[in-house]
Design a binder for this molecule. Structure first.
Ligand SMILES: N[C@@H](CCC(=O)N[C@@H](CS)C(=O)NCC(=O)O)C(=O)O
Length: 203
């Protein structure tokens, strides 16, 4: 029995895309972050950090979106590199996202997209700082995706579930990817995938 605790936001979306791409049967439990759902006893019990996504597969529980993506790759052996070198590349890009992109893109998405949905006021200074912080790393990514269709080469992999969610969030937040043609193309390709419809942002 597989359950994903999620909300329609960037990090849970990575896990949802991975489950869809793998064709696994799962139930989706929405934790409504706009109403403090993350403070519910059940969520705290599953994840002391009180954030989503959380994956529960029979008696096994895992949180942290990129750990979930890796675990699904390791457990199924699908859409995941078969050798140590390939897995090293997958780990590199998942760490790169977690270290350099997750926080600034989250801030941009919050201030450029979510506040509009919630009728709140954006923190423009926080958005400016986040835009400056992320620019250097987006250039690295754009250069990589000028050479490769997907993050690990010409074949789609679960690493793309991570980057698809993050770059889509950035595109929704404003015109932050306009200057990066390869990132724009990547988001366009990602949004055309069948898995996308099940996991896209809802408001
Ligand atoms: N590093 C964590 C971050 C998870 C995260 O920030 N999730 C957000 C939704 S995108 C959340 O649950 N926020 C609720 C809160 O911070 O109270 C991951 O990658 O899973």
């Amino acid at each position: 029995m597989l359950t994903l605790y999620w909300f329609w936001s960037m990090n849970p979306q990575k896990a949802c895309l991975a489950l869809e791409e793998l064709g696994l049967e799962y139930s989706l439990v929405t934790v409504d972050l706009t109403r403090g759902g993350q403070t519910a006893d059940l969520v705290r019990e599953l994840n002391p950090n009180q954030k989503v996504p959380i994956l529960s597969w029979d008696a096994y529980t895992l949180w942290e979106s990129n750990a979930i993506v890796s675990y699904l790759g390791e457990r199924t052996g699908q859409l995941w590199p078969g050798d140590a070198e390939g897995r090293g590349q997958a780990a590199k890009w998942l760490f790169f996202e977690a270290r350099h992109l997750s926080e600034p893109v989250g801030d941009l998405w919050f201030n450029g997209y979510l506040v509009r949905q919630m009728g709140r006021t954006a923190d423009t200074l926080a958005a400016e700082v986040a835009a400056t912080k992320s620019a250097r790393y987006l250039s690295v990514l754009d250069a990589h995706l000028r050479r490769e269709t997907w993050m690990l080469g010409d074949q789609f992999s679960l690493v793309d579930c991570c980057y698809g969610a993050v770059l889509d969030a950035l595109a929704l937040a404003g015109d932050y990817i306009e200057a990066y043609p390869a990132l724009k193309e990547y988001v366009k390709n990602m949004r055309m995938r069948r898995s996308w419809r099940a996991c896209e942002f809802r408001s």
